[in-house]
Write a protein that binds this ligand. Structure first.
Ligand code: TYD
Ligand code: MG
Length: 455
C-alpha cells in the first residue's frame, strides 16, 4: 500500500512545506505549521483544474449572458445594498464576523425573507442542533414552508441534501465546522476549510445555487483560515460593531458584483436585527449640544452620505510623552493632523493628551474626515463650541491646505436634509454646486480661512 502523503501547512496563511519548520517562512508566524494528510484526487487544486478545462475558449461575444434581473432580493434592503442589489444566482458569499455578533441571526432573517417569497432555501446548521435553530427561528418569526434546515457537518451529506432539495439559496453556518471524510485533518483546519469551500463553490456554480458561507474571525481580525478562501469566493462580507453598541455594520470587503464601499446598518433588538434606514439620525441622536470638542462631519459610505459626530478631548498630559488615541479614525492620520495644527495654525499640543472618537462605532477611512478631526481637536483645546447646526468635510494637506473631496453635492444635501444650516467645505468641492434651500456654504482653501470663521 502506498504511503499516505502528508504536508505541513501553516494554519494562519496556508503556506505548505514537506518538512516541519518552527517558523512559517511566509507569514513569519511561530509554531503554526501542522501536519496534514492530503487526499490527492480531492484536493482543491483538482477542483480548480476541473474548472479550467470545462469549456474550450470562445469569443467573448458568444458567451451566454446571465440575465441582469436574476438577482434575488431579500426583504432586507440594507443587505441587498451591500451585495450590490441582491443575491446573484450561483454566487458564493463569505460572511465573517466575531462570534456572537449576529451572523446566524442576519442570515436566518434573510432566508426567511426569501422563503416567504416562495424561494426554496436550505440552511445547514453545523454548530447548533435543529432544536436550537427552531428556537431561534421562532424568536425571529422566521418559520416558513420553503425554508429547509438540517444539522449536518459532513460535506458529502450536505452535497447530497442540496441535490435532493434543490434550493435556490444555501447557507453553511459555519464553514469551519464542516469536514470532508477524504481529508484526515480536523474541521476548521486550513486544508478542510479550503477543500470544503472549493467543493461547495463548484457545486454553487454548477447547479446555480447561491451559497453563503458563514465564517468566524480570529482575534487578530483575519477571517480564520478563510484568508485562503477570499480569492475563491465572489463576495466577502464582514460584520462589525463597536463595544456595547447595538448597531451592527455590514461591509463588503470584496464584491465581484458591486461596489465594496457600501455599508448596511442594523440594530440588534429583541426580535432580531432591524434595518436602520436613516443612519445619520441614529449616529447623531445622542449628540451633546453646547459643548466643545464635538464636530459633525459629512461622510460617504459607498453611494450613501452619512453624518457622524467626531468627538475630541484634549487635556494636559501627566506624562513626558503625551498620549494620542483614536477610535474610528486612523491613528497615523491623527498624528499627522496634530502636527499640521501645531505647525500651520500655531496651536501648541505638545503637552496635551489627545483622544479622538467617532460616535456610534463607525470607522471612517476617507480623507474627508480630516477637517472634522482638526476642528474637533481645536474646539476642545480652545474650549470653543462649534455651532451645533454646522457640518464640515474636507481633506487637510500637510501644508494646511483644505483639499477637495468627491460627492460634495450628496454630502451637502444630506446635511440640509438633517436640518444643518452651515457647511464648511473645500473651495474646489463647492464649484458648480447649487446649495439646497436653508444651508449656507462656507468655502475654505486652507485652515486659516476655517479659523477665521470658527475660532
Ligand atoms: P448569533 O446570530 O447567534 O451570532 P453569531 O452567529 O454571529 O455567532 O447572535 C447571537 C447574539 O444575538 C446573542 O448574543 C443574542 C443576540 N440576539 C438578540 O439580541 N436578539 C435576537 O432576536 C437574537 C436571535 C439574538
Ligand atoms: Mg452562529
Amino acid at each position: 500500500m502506498a504511503k499516505e502523503k502528508t504536508v505541513f501547512i501553516c494554519q494562519t496563511c496556508g503556506y505548505q512545506t514537506p518538512k516541519w519548520l518552527g517558523r512559517c517562512p511566509d507569514c513569519q508566524g511561530w509554531g503554526t505549521l501542522v501536519e496534514e494528510l492530503i487526499g490527492e484526487e480531492a484536493s482543491a487544486q483538482g477542483v480548480r483544474q476541473r474548472w479550467a478545462t470545462e469549456e474550450i475558449p470562445c469569443a467573448i461575444g458568444e458567451v451566454a449572458e446571465e440575465e441582469e434581473g436574476m438577482r434575488l432580493s431579500t426583504r432586507l434592503e440594507e443587505f441587498n445594498r451591500v451585495l450590490g442589489g441582491g443575491i446573484v444566482n450561483g454566487s458564493v458569499v463569505l460572511l465573517g464576523g466575531d462570534p456572537g455578533i449576529g451572523k446566524s441571526t442576519l442570515i436566518f432573517q434573510c432566508l426567511h425573507g426569501l422563503a416567504s417569497q416562495g424561494r426554496r432555501c436550505l440552511y445547514i446548521s453545523a454548530e447548533e442542533s435543529l432544536r436550537q435553530t427552531k428556537l431561534r427561528a421562532k424568536r425571529l418569526g422566521a418559520v416558513s414552508d420553503e425554508l429547509f434546515v438540517a444539522a449536518e457537518t459532513s460535506l458529502e451529506r450536505i452535497i447530497q441534501a442540496v441535490e435532493e432539495i434543490k434550493p435556490l439559496v444555501l447557507v453553511i453556518d459555519s464553514i469551519q465546522s464542516i469536514y470532508t471524510s477524504q481529508l484526515g485533518s480536523a474541521p476548521g483546519s486550513i486544508s478542510q476549510v479550503r477543500e470544503t469551500s472549493g467543493r461547495l463553490t463548484y457545486l454553487a456554480k454548477g447547479l446555480g445555487v447561491a451559497t453563503f458561507l458563514v465564517g468566524h474571525v480570529t482575534k487578530d481580525g483575519a477571517i480564520a483560515g478563510p484568508r485562503v478562501l477570499e480569492h475563491i469566493v465572489d463576495t466577502v462580507l464582514y460584520m462589525e460593531h463597536s463595544a456595547d453598541s447595538p448597531f451592527r455594520i455590514l461591509r463588503a470587503v470584496k464584491n465581484r458584483f458591486g461596489s465594496t464601499n457600501e455599508i448596511g446598518v442594523f440594530e440588534m433588538k429583541e426580535g432580531g436585527l432591524q434595518e436602520v434606514i436613516n443612519p445619520s439620525e441614529i449616529f447623531l441622536a445622542e449628540r451633546p449640544t453646547g459643548t466643545s470638542g464635538s464636530a459633525v462631519m459629512a461622510s460617504m459610505e459607498g453611494t450613501r452620505p452619512i453624518l457622524v459626530e467626531i468627538q475630541a478631548l484634549v487635556s494636559p498630559t501627566a506624562f513626558a510623552v503625551p498620549r494620542r488615541m483614536s477610535i474610528g479614525v486612523d491613528y497615523n492620520r491623527l498624528s499627522l493632523l496634530v502636527a499640521v495644527l501645531e505647525k500651520k495654525v500655531g496651536i501648541n499640543l505638545s503637552h496635551q493628551d489627545i483622544f479622538v472618537n467617532v460616535a456610534g462605532g463607525l470607522r471612517i477611512e476617507e480623507p474627508a474626515v480630516d477637517l472634522g478631526v482638526v476642528v474637533a481637536v481645536a474646539s476642545s483645546h480652545l474650549d470653543k463650541v462649534i455651532p451645533p447646526a454646522m457640518v464640515v468635510f474636507g481633506e487637510v494637506g500637510l501644508t494646511g491646505e483644505v483639499r477637495g473631496v468627491s460627492f460634495g453635492e450628496q454630502r451637502i444635501r444630506e446635511a440640509a436634509r438633517m436640518g444643518f444650516k452651515e457647511c464648511i467645505l473645500p473651495r474646489s468641492s463647492a464649484q458648480g454646486i447649487k446649495p439646497p434651500e436653508g444651508i449656507e456654504l462656507i468655502t475654505a482653501r486652507d485652515l486659516r480661512e476655517v479659523w477665521e470663521r470658527l475660532f
